[in-house]
Design a protein around this ligand. Sequence first.
Ligand SMILES: C[S@@+](CC[C@H](N)C(=O)[O-])C[C@H]1O[C@@H](n2cnc3c(N)ncnc32)[C@H](O)[C@@H]1O
Length: 203
Amino acid sequence: MTDAVETQASLEAVLKDEIIRMYEEVAENPEGDFHFFHGREAAELFGYEADWLDRAPAGAVASFAGVGNPHLRSDLQEGETVLDLGSGAGLDAIIASWGVGPTGKVIGVDLNPSMCLKAQEHAAATGTTMECHEGRMEDIPIPDETVDVVISNGVINLSFRKRKVVEEMFRVLKPGGRISITDIVSAKQLSQSIVNDPKLWAS
Ligand SMILES: C[S@@+](CC[C@H](N)C(=O)[O-])C[C@H]1O[C@@H](n2cnc3c(N)ncnc32)[C@H](O)[C@@H]1O
């Protein structure tokens, strides 16, 4: 391994621990002090319909940690299969499951197995189902050409290997499939002190 590859691998491992810690904290203690918008206030700001937020389990709404509204352009149809990358506590997956209806399917992928369990519990509480796979968006644990739509909300910015994430999205999409993601980008090159700070990268 070269020094650069070794440094990236160790930063990635530290970052994974920090991501797990931070989003578990949002899920366990949504009233806590976070330096990013979250919960119902954030969802309303991004234009989530009040009806969705009233229907979804309070825990999924309170733990919402997205950065935008991928449902505005996902144009989901009955019977489609949707993949939610970084499904967190499940609010976006639950909204997607209403879009594809009982003949459709929603698959979540999250690197944190306890977030997967939480999302599945939240989905079950609304009478919908989602299957959530523990795994990384850089190596999506589902077969080629199996998904109609990929959604994701505030997750791809967390990756050190964004090109690989994009390649993986195209691998799992069926021909003619669609992508609807909301995320954050920086117009400026981030300083090394930010890049090397797992707390800032994770949020
Ligand atoms: C911003 S939240 C997702 C918001 C979610 N859509 C919602 O409805 O609240 C981030 C989630 O992405 C997951 N995550 C972060 N990096 C990941 C990766 N490399 N692969 C898969 N999931 C990841 C985290 O564990 C966390 O649950």
